[in-house]
Ligand binder design. Sequence first.
Ligand SMILES: C[S@@+](CC[C@H](N)C(=O)[O-])C[C@H]1O[C@@H](n2cnc3c(N)ncnc32)[C@H](O)[C@@H]1O
Length: 258
Amino acid sequence: MEHDINRFKEWVYQNLKIDLHAYKERQLHRRILTIMRSSGCKNLDEYKKKILSDETTRNNFLDYITINVTEFNRNKEIFDQFEKHVKSELLSKKREIKIWSAACSVGAEPYSLAIIFDKINPANRHTILATDLDEHILEQAKAAVYSDKYLKNLNQSDINKYFTLKNDKYYLDEKIKKRVQFKKHDLILDSYPGPFDVIVCRNVTIYFKSDARNEIYQKFSNVLNPGGLLFTGATESIYNPSEFGLKKLHTFIYQKIG
Ligand SMILES: C[S@@+](CC[C@H](N)C(=O)[O-])C[C@H]1O[C@@H](n2cnc3c(N)ncnc32)[C@H](O)[C@@H]1O
């Protein structure tokens, strides 16, 4: 079975242009078999054929394997820390802030940033690039329509100010939508854009093997301006930040040295 899964990963790379070799194996293999079975296939050869012939199966596979779970202001207390450091480390020194939200899923994270910057930098001199490898979820991100489960960390006054409720769905304000530009980007395979003053990359490096994760942190550091901030997920503290030219401001917030 191990051999079949390795061949399947090679096939995914050739056919869907996603490099699954960088992902932690045990967890990934379990997920491949779970999604294969839930799509009604008995083996990986049958599943490959279905992925190629049926768009829903292909999208379900990509969604499940890349894990899209997200919400606005995920881990709110760390977002509050992030806001504090943006004010003290960036806004006090610089007026135009370039932000990258990498692995942004359905957009809750970059739009959270857009809302924060709308409040703390009302002169609006900031740009937000949001990327993910999954084109299907980027389309959802651009639509910016959410159910209430995504909004549970927002206070009611922000919900009233930034969303319109219609038929149980929350439609994000056009002004906030316009602040974010979405683009497909694969953290393993693509070259990195830049430079940026802030990179937010949360809850994705946890799925990668340590070599791939270290490479990503080095590449982030390379495209951060001196003094710029890297904001990671609540289980993704970097143990050796100085190896990447970073210093720790908070367990999940790092600053480019220089
Ligand atoms: C669990 S979500 C995290 C979303 C958001 N950053 C947050 O913390 O709420 C992980 C996201 O990483 C994306 N992803 C997985 N592998 C990726 C890769 N190699 N390059 C870019 N994005 C990737 C998935 O498509 C998914 O949207």
